[in-house]
Design a protein. Structure first.
Length: 295
């Protein structure tokens, strides 16, 4: 009876041993090839370590012509809708009660959480190596600290460090109650963010030193994938095809006899506004309810 009660008090993760059974040595713990052995106290999944590239170079920037920076009809519509929504928000916000405002904020937060349920965090060390882990977006920044701490070598886990972003410099200090109580979604770290680590002991910040991570993590480190390259020729051809398509749409709109306001009667204005559009803006649709002045 005493033995049964003792086994009942054991945690679920601990299995009772037979009298002749001995625990496995630490060297017998299996290590996954995709991740590594990591304690179960943190919430990180898909743990990876990325090595810095020996010939790291900034990603090539595509060559963009002046036509690329001309706003499209869809962009103009979105900008106008955004301005209208901002004006309505400023006008109607004082009329909302506290409960309605909180309900609206919670609704937006839930929509964002449904869109980004997982947040990928990369921790960059002094030698440009990176430790990566995926967290639920509802996790706290303390969970990220716990993940980093348990990924370090045992003799380094007691060394203080901070996580921050730059530029501009933004430190995520656990002593800050507001930061400590906010989740990754509230801290605007979702869906992915890069954090830098700084130890109080400068020896771990030198770019010539390897990151003080567990050996199991370092053994599974992989080279950082190269950034995607852009093909200027195909991009230029696509831009030319889109321009011709947009000009054809302008001609079709003018031939259809649609009522066009004065400020858009100039063909060049129409071309600069519509040549990237997949659909004509609503002001050219026949069922548009707001009439324009004929004179």
């Amino acid at each position: 009876m005493e033995q049964e009660s003792t086994q009942h008090l054991l945690p679920a993760s601990v299995t009772s041993l037979e009298p002749n059974q001995s625990p496995l040595p630490s060297s017998a713990v299996s290590v996954s090839s995709s991740a590594t052995t990591h304690p179960s106290n943190h919430l990180a999944k898909e743990v990876k370590v990325w090595l810095p590239s020996a010939n790291a170079q900034p990603a090539p920037r595509p060559v963009l012509g002046d036509d690329y920076f001309v706003p499209t009809a869809a962009e103009a519509q979105r900008a106008f809708s955004s301005q209208v929504a901002s004006r309505e928000k400023l006008t109607d916000a004082p009329m909302l009660t506290k409960n309605l405002r909180e309900r609206e904020q919670n609704q937006k937060k839930n929509e964002k959480l449904a869109r980004f349920p997982i947040t990928r965090i990369r921790i960059k060390f002094g030698d440009r190596s990176m430790l990566e882990g995926s967290f639920p977006s509802t996790s706290k920044i303390s969970d990220v600290y716990q993940f980093v701490k348990e990924s370090l070598q045992e003799d380094v886990r007691t060394k203080p460090f901070i996580l921050y972003q730059t530029p501009p410099r933004r430190e995520f200090l656990l002593k800050d109650a507001k930061i400590r109580s906010s989740n990754l979604l509230d801290l605007q770290l979702a869906p992915s963010s890069l954090l830098l680590i700084k130890f109080t002991d400068e020896i771990y910040n030198h770019s010539s030193n390897r990151p003080p991570l567990m050996q199991e993590l370092l053994d599974s480190a992989q080279p950082l994938p190269s950034p995607p390259t852009f093909e200027p020729e195909s991009s230029a051809k696509q831009t030319d095809n889109t321009l011709e398509k947009g000009k054809q749409k302008v001609d079709d709109i003018l031939k259809s006899g649609a009522k066009v306001p004065k400020w858009l009667q100039n063909l060049s204005s129409l071309s600069s506004l519509l040549y990237f559009a997949d659909e004509p803006p609503s002001c050219f649709m026949k069922d548009f309810v707001i009439p324009f002045d004929s004179d």
